[in-house]
Ligand binder design. Sequence first.
Ligand SMILES: Nc1ncnc2c1ncn2[C@@H]1O[C@H](COP(=O)(O)OP(=O)(O)OP(=O)(O)O)[C@@H](O)[C@H]1O
Length: 392
Amino acid sequence: MTSCFSFLFGRKVTSSVIRDPEIDEELAGIHNVILYTYKELSIATEDFSPANKVGEGGFGSVYKGKLKDGKIAAVKVLAAESSQGVNEFLTEIKVISEIEHENLVKLYGCCVEGNHRILVYNYLENNSLAQTLLGGRCSNIFFDWQTRARICIGIARGFAFLHEEVKPHIVHRDIKASNILLDKDLTPKISDFGLAKLIPANMTHVSTRVAGTIGYLAPEYAVRGQVNRKADIYSFGVLLLEIVSGKCNTNTRLPLEEQFLLERTWRHYQEGILVGLVDTSLNGEFDAEEACKFLKVGLLCTQEVPKLRPSMSTVVKMLTGKMDVYDSKITEPGLISDFMDLKVGGKPKNEVDMKTLSSYNTPSTSDNQDTTMSIASTATTTTFAMHYDRSM
Ligand SMILES: Nc1ncnc2c1ncn2[C@@H]1O[C@H](COP(=O)(O)OP(=O)(O)OP(=O)(O)O)[C@@H](O)[C@H]1O
């Protein structure tokens, strides 16, 4: 049967697909998104060939593809289990498609055929911050101080937009270096915003990945599953520290007291040696005052008490020098070791606990490691109890 959607989204749909009238109705409300056929995306990615696979995330696999109009796209094939109802899927797509900002990855369109749920995004040439800045030897990009400062400010602007200008506001829930992509000019683009809702709540093994990565998680989110903008701001604060220091927030290969970047930053701050955290690969070529200011903003964003964390628009003002950062406002951040009951400086009760922690690390080619925690927001505390020794 020939598709009844001749001119959906301003573009002719040519494939043969059987459609549901309900889908029709949903689709009619979406104007900014191109509806791709499965065949079209299959051609674009050469049958989703492994050679075109550029990554794999909690949502599924990502392929580089060349669309019919010549545009290069990132084709994100959502895991089969995530084939939630077409209507719910399209409702979310509608939200995402209407959001446009220089620092957000642009959604070109999607494919909803049978069980296929595929998102098609603008392809970003320079991969993610996780693979470049934090990826050690696998990148040949040099991030000088000006570039890092520009990236931090761009990311902050993107989040200020999602948090304060988009109505209703969007909480990302999974801010981390692998969700910050870089275009050819190293302009940062936030990816995966609005995606959390695309995964059905009962899909714990996927929603766990959506629901946050250890080290970036605000204590109230990790322990009580409270999701709000302040939890995003905490994660952003950790990301800021990573960009300035060039180090991952968690590195289980280091001695225990060195493992968590936020704790190190807090100690350096208390000892008045914050500048010592700035990436040594910069060879001292950076604006020390500005770099320390960024680290202090990172500490402000990660304050234990959510309401003490600044809004993202305030963060933008602080990073761009339009607002001062007062030391008097910086108190102890919400530290991962506190909410995990892991005492930094102490020893794990047994090796298994630390091995379990390590087994949640994503593969890494360098010392930098990104530890992903299995949580569903409702079962967080239980999962923590399973993976960490709480009796130390
Ligand atoms: N728009 C894009 N342009 C270029 N590469 C992309 C794009 N989107 C994703 N990728 C690549 O695909 C990889 C996987 O992305 P994806 O967002 O699915 O997972 P992730 O962010 O790495 O992990 P998680 O699912 O846990 O958030 C990214 O790390 C990146 O290398």
